[in-house]
Design a binder for this molecule. Structure first.
Ligand code: S3P
Length: 186
């Protein structure tokens, strides 16, 4: 069964996803990076030349392709993947476990780096404003698709190695869910 990590930019999807994949012994795919490879262009370039709507369409198609792979894998999705209804519908199906890394805007603003693949962070306004706007738009959408929700902040407050500890917690919950689904009638 595939595992997809969703959540806002900077919540830790890629770093934690890599570790979850190692623990579950499944391949890891960074969806943004993989999409850039398959388009032969950077996300920044796509946003600048084609615009966000075009990117969202490609992102949705790409998610469908990734989840069509026969080998179960761990996917770190781009933060905005939940914006398209067809992607939310795909994520709600039972052949995938969706893990939401939930974090508050202030926490994200204090941590998320303005990387080249994050043009939305470079738009006007402070990082906090960007995250607050996104949070208002997306929180319910992440909630709608999530099978497992992990609150990110307590791990950072309480654990010496927060991302490793998060990965342990996620891997445990994924395995428990998959076992429960296997044991239940179709
Ligand atoms: C986006 C998040 C980015 C990338 C793009 C748009 C978003 O991915 O897909 O810049 O809308 O939240 P990360 O969440 O991996 O940074």
């Amino acid at each position: 069964m595939h595992v997809v990590l969703v959540g806002m930019m900077g919540s830790g999807k890629s770093t934690v996803g890599k570790r979850v994949a190692a623990r579950l012994d499944r391949p890891f795919v960074d969806a943004d990076h993989d999409l850039e490879q398959s388009l032969g262009r950077s996300i920044a370039d796509v946003f600048a030349t084609e615009g966000e709507a075009w990117f969202r369409e490609e992102e949705a198609r790409h998610l469908t392709r990734l989840l069509g792979a026969p080998t179960p894998q761990v996917v770190a999705a781009g933060g905005g993947v939940v914006l398209r209804p067809e992607s939310r519908e795909r994520l709600r199906r039972h052949d995938v476990t969706v893990v939401w890394l939930r974090a508050e805007p202030a926490f994200l603003a204090s941590r998320a780096e303005a990387k080249p693949h994050r043009p939305l962070l470079a738009e006007g306004g402070s990082a906090l404003e960007v995250f607050e706007r996104m949070d208002a738009e997306r929180r319910a959408l992440y909630e709608e698709v999530a099978d497992v929700t992990i609150d990110v902040r307590p791990f950072h407050a309480e654990e010496a190695k927060p991302k490793a500890a998060m990965a342990d917690a996620i891997a445990r919950q994924v395995v428990a869910r998959e076992q429960a689904l296997e044991g239940s009638p179709p």
